[in-house]
Design a protein around this ligand. Structure first.
Ligand SMILES: OC[C@H]1O[C@H](O[C@H]2O[C@H](CO)[C@@H](O)[C@H](O)[C@H]2O)[C@H](O)[C@@H](O)[C@@H]1O
Ligand SMILES: [Ca+2]
Length: 780
């Protein structure tokens, strides 16, 4: 029924390419042009007021709740401005009964293009009078692979007619190209979610420069969608766990530390307020053992986090409410360890200090009540942590909330550092994580059995020989092994290392498989070096250089912590540095030898400031070329990963995947050693890849990328389904640490680079096009 034009060849024109008459193509407003309200107002005042005038003062880039809120709803406008629906001829509504009656007429009328629309430069708007129908027809025509996204892989005509607001939908223009059509799909999907049936839609909103659009969405929308804050009403939703599917996981459940009666009462109240939702509230014991944690595998639950007291100003009633936090991606509801740090970096860029601060409050609570910063706050994570970043996180927030001029900020910093010192001593430099011989630390959590949160078939290849040995099904084997009825030391060793891999955050990689708990990694030891230096500085400046530890009765000064840092640095150099290759390698404490797995975490030594200038120079000369790919740094070299096969499938933290945490830490580390231009080059590569996927794949932002692929780097089919690529219509949250990396990477871009990114200029052509003086900015 819809009048679509013949298929056109898909191109993304550079921002300054002129459009043909009658066509609206991506970026026709130019990359940096945001219609100015002032100008728009003056322009429209000269003309007769049209029916779309209710919308003309609205920023085309305002948040969805405003843009699709009641103020802009044509159906909610006062009578004189209300649309005369008999005159509305949107291309999308020709299937309605009413239109069928008028079909010939409407088709004829629809034949004319809106010249006034084409000649206007700013404030161009569409009118869509039936959002549902528009969505259906857009998808029917353009989503040819039926995945509810419009991407470069769809083979539709790539053009659709849309009514203009100027003509009240009476005349039309064509919208062309994947980017604009997919933005149209996204905007319609959002409008529908706001209950809208009719909308005015600014051309600028679907034609926005993608760099502006993505950073705007991250700042104004994605963070909001990723933010959680426990209260009496939403706890059921937050407690729900999509990872576990046992009968005991059916009811939402919350576990509360034994010494938090206020929180226990709070959750009981929440449960009583809505008994049909069956929230189960349980106390945890004082001593949490691996056996106890394993006993909860079939009845998993959320773990309580930090709460603050709120007083209702009108009733005086007191109630608890959780501190806000951000979750890594759409499928998560729990607070993660290192994701939180990486998201905090982006949240601070977006001025969302409260959320970043809330996460530090949760970490303090976790250290106090669970003994560590948890991998995430679910019962099955009680024994393990994740890479530690608390000191840096607290320092960054401290500066943002007033720093040394604000006594409250100082109190916050001191509380955070007390917790970090406890964590440093009791988690990272105690048995079983500390190797007393080298003085270095390993990821080595406690735990028993098979991690229950992984996808069901995740360990099948490992378990199959044992199922055959005992002549039982895989399911039965899992049960017998977890119950301790079948004892297999080799499996115990495998799962010891597997848990360590998960604690490392790098789950999974061949670098760590079958060995992780015995590796003193450059990752962890760099982070602990940074803890030692940060603690020394804070003790010196904010504890009068004398820290009394209430947990173990010791008194230490900054000198003590600097010595610890110096010793660690010496040991890292002794056991890990390999001048020949320019890498810091992990050290195997059992085999007493340095490994040779080339990982992007070698740059963490620069981030932490422990490498010498000479080591940094060698790293740049020798290690960097092994890891620099089309789309930025790859997690490890292909040589180190080795060949893949049916029995040796791809691991997500290996070549060819690139991860935001690796990029962010390397950029910062390189910059600190005077290699900001290299950081800029790497950032351009990474941002190019994200922008390109965003443009070509319906606004997609995923957990990790294949940094060797030019066309579809988001397509990584490895291990579990965290990727975040399977949304329908519109991606509403991106992925936490990638969102941060986008905002942080943009800080390295000058206007020229930003424009090139907006036009999706691939790194090589872009670098080659630079003048010699500009090349220097990228260390070329
Ligand atoms: O459920 C499988 C695993 O999921 C997590 O790991 C991955 O997602 C985390 C959140 O983004 C991230 O921190 C981690 O680096 C990823 O590999 C979880 O952390 C694992 O413990 C879990 O087994
Ligand atoms: Ca599609």
């Amino acid at each position: 029924m819809v009048e679509f034009l013949p298929k056109v060849t898909e191109i993304n024109p550079p921002p300054d390419v002129d459009n043909d008459e009658g066509e609206v193509e991506p970026f026709s407003n130019g990359p940096e042009q945001r219609p100015l309200k002032e100008e728009g107002q003056q322009g429209t005042r000269r003309h007769h007021r049209r029916l779309s005038s209710m919308h003309e003062y609205l920023d085309p880039f305002s948040n969805a709740d405003v843009y699709y809120g009641p103020v802009t709803d044509p159906r909610k406008q006062p009578k004189p401005h209300r649309l005369n629906r008999t005159r509305t001829m949107s291309v999308f509504n020709k299937v309605s009964d009413f239109k069928n009656d008028m079909k010939d007429y409407s088709l004829k009328r629809r034949g004319s293009e809106d010249d006034s629309f084409l000649s206007s430069q700013r404030n161009r708007r569409f009118f869509i009078d039936n959002v549902d129908m528009a969505l259906d027809e857009l998808l029917a025509s353009e989503d040819t692979d039926r995945n509810y996204q419009i991407t470069i892989e769809d083979t539709g005509p790539k053009v659709i007619k849309v009514g203009t607001a100027n003509s009240n939908g009476f005349k039309h223009v064509n919208i062309r190209g994947t980017y604009m059509l997919s933005n149209l799909l996204q905007e319609l999907t959002i409008a529908k979610s706001f209950g809208r049936h009719q909308i005015f839609l600014d051309e600028a909103r679907i034609n926005e420069n993608p760099v502006n659009r993505l950073s705007r969405l991250i700042t104004n929308q994605f963070w909001n969608s990723l933010t959680r804050r426990v209260d009496l009403y939403n706890i059921i939703e937050i407690a729900h766990d999509s990872k576990i599917d046992t009968p005991g996981a059916k009811n939402p459940r919350i576990y509360v530390p034994y010494n938090c009666p206020d929180q226990y009462e709070f959750y009981i109240q929440a449960s009583q307020m809505n008994p049909s939702l069956k929230l189960e509230v349980e106390y945890l014991p004082k001593h949490i053992t691996p056996e106890y944690v394993k006993s909860l595998n079939d009845t998993p639950g959320l773990l309580a986090l930090a709460m603050e007291e709120h007083v209702n100003p009108s009733t005086g009633e007191r109630s608890l409410v959780g501190y806000p936090y951000a979750v890594p991606g759409g499928r998560f509801n729990e607070l993660y360890g290192w994701d939180s740090y990486l998201m905090a970096l982006g949240l601070l860029e977006s001025n969302k200090v409260d959320i970043a601060r809330g996460m530090v409050e949760h970490f303090i609570f976790e250290i106090d009540h669970y003994g560590k910063i948890l991998n995430a706050n679910r019962s099955y994570y009680l024994c393990r942590s994740q890479p530690p970043f608390l000191t840096d996180m607290a320092l960054l927030i401290f500066e943002r909330i007033g720093g040394k001029n604000n006594p409250n900020a100082i109190q916050f910093l001191k509380r955070a550092f007390r917790a970090a010192i406890k964590e440093y001593k009791e988690v990272w430099t105690s048995s079983p994580r500390l190797d007393p011989i080298t003085g270095l630390s390993c990821y080595h959590p406690d735990g028993i059995g098979i991690p229950p949160e992984t996808e069901p078939a995740h360990f099948d290849t490992i378990l199959l020989p044992y199922a055959e040995k005992y002549n039982v099904s895989l399911e039965k084997l899992r049960e017998l092994y977890n119950e301790g009825i079948i004892k297999e030391p080799k499996l115990d060793a495998f799962f010891l290392h597997d848990r360590a891999v998960r604690e490392s955050g790098h789950d999974t990689t061949y670098r760590f498989e079958g060995v992780c708990a015995y590796l003193a990694t450059i990752d962890l030891n760099s982070l602990l070096y940074k803890y030692e230096i940060d603690i020394a500085n804070v003790i010196e400046e904010y504890f009068d250089d004398e820290y009394k530890d209430e947990n173990d009765g010791t008194v230490t000064d900054s000198e003590h912590w600097r010595k610890l840092a110096k010793t660690r640095k010496d040991n890292i150099n002794k056991y890990m540095w390999d001048e020949k290759s320019g890498f810091f390698f992990d050290y195997n404490i059992k085999l007493k030898c340095r490994t040779s797995y080339e990982s992007a975490t070698t740059f963490w030594s620069l981030w932490a400031g422990l490498a010498t200038n000479e080591q940094a120079k060698i790293t740049v000369e020798k290690a960097l070329p092994q890891l620099e790919m089309l789309g930025g740094l790859v997690a490890c070299t292909e040589k180190s990963r080795g060949p893949l096969s049916m029995d040796r499938p791809i691991r997500q933290w290996d070549y060819p995947c690139g991860w935001a945490p690796h990029q962010i830490l390397a950029w910062k580390g390189l910059s600190a050693y005077g290699y900001e231009q290299i950081a800029t080059r790497l950032a351009y590569r990474w941002l190019y890849m994200i922008t390109k996927s965003f443009v070509d794949y319906n606004g997609m932002v995923v957990e990790k990328y294949d940094v060797t692929r030019g066309t579809d780097p988001h397509r990584v089919d490895a291990e579990y389904g965290n990727q975040g690529a399977d949304f329908k219509g519109v991606a509403t949250e991106g992925f936490g640490w990638v969102n941060s990396s986008y905002l942080l990477g943009l800080k390295y871009m000058n206007n020229h680079a930003r424009r090139a990114l907006g036009a999706c200029s691939p790194p090589l052509p872009f670098f080659n096009s630079l003048k010699p003086s500009e090349k220097k900015l990228y260390y070329l």
